[in-house]
Design a protein. Structure first.
Length: 249
């Protein structure tokens, strides 16, 4: 009888105290108390400001990027055998007409400081292109949206952006391009992984994945893009509205 009463008392304690604690334990332990959308944005901004005041103030980021590029250039010289390898820019061209156009747009941005126009980017993208941004797991889809994202990322990188090498498959439909740039003063390295639906002038990019290191650069890129997201959404809506108004042939 005493054991029975003990079990009843223990069950009541578990029901009234233990279960509520464990139900909310993940939020307590992980610090994920329910916040409003505005509070989450303020928290993210505070985290961004913390990172912004890091070790790349006063041009230290640009100096670090220049140091990496000198190292990269030395590695190219050491590995040079006279053959056209992945580091030689002239070897990047002639592999796919669409990628030649891509390099032309990037080169124009670097030489003239002009970011590619949305229409120019959209012309190279498949209607249902899938874009995998570095700070998010969920991909973005659609030529209009992806073109606006690429344009804004290009504006963030600006003339600090540079490709270092390009690798591709024998079909000329899959490309990996290594790059470096500055993101709000932080040096970063990354790769563009590009898939096309063919190797001809009418081919289109069907999948575009960007990976960036270090994490601080990815965080800053995310925050800078978050600040632009409303303008991007507005531009996409306007573009879609113009398309609906166009007469159908």
């Amino acid at each position: 009888k005493l054991q029975f009463l003990y079990l009843i008392g223990l069950s009541r304690i578990c029901r009234t105290r233990a279960l509520p604690f464990f139900a909310h334990a993940p939020r307590r332990l992980m610090g994920k108390a329910k916040m409003t959308k505005g509070e989450r944005a303020q928290r993210a901004e505070a985290l961004y400001e913390t990172f912004r005041l890091g070790s790349y103030e006063g041009g230290a980021g640009a100096a670090a990027l220049e140091k990496f590029r000198r190292y990269d250039a030395a590695a190219r010289r050491q590995g040079s055998t006279g053959a056209v390898n992945a580091y030689v820019e002239r070897g990047w061209l002639g592999r796919n007409p669409v990628m030649d156009r891509w390099h032309e747009l990037v080169g124009g941005m670097l030489r003239g400081g002009r970011a590619a126009e949305v229409e120019e980017l959209q012309a190279m993208l498949h209607r249902d292109v899938v874009f995998h941004p570095p700070p998010y797991w969920e991909p973005k889809q659609g030529a209009v949206l992806v073109a606006h994202i690429l344009k804004n990322v290009g504006e963030i990188f600006g003339d600090s952006f540079a490709y270092h090498r390009q690798c591709h498959d024998d079909a000329g439909e899959n490309f990996v391009l290594e790059f470096s740039a500055l993101v709000d003063g932080v040096p970063c390295q990354g790769v563009d992984i590009v898939q096309l639906d063919g190797n001809h002038a009418a081919a289109r990019i069907v999948d575009f994945k960007v990976m960036v290191r270090p994490a601080e650069a990815a965080l800053r890129l995310r925050m800078l893009m978050t600040r632009r997201i409303k303008a991007i959404q507005s531009a996409v809506m306007q573009s879609m509205a113009r398309r609906r108004r166009e007469p159908k042939l």
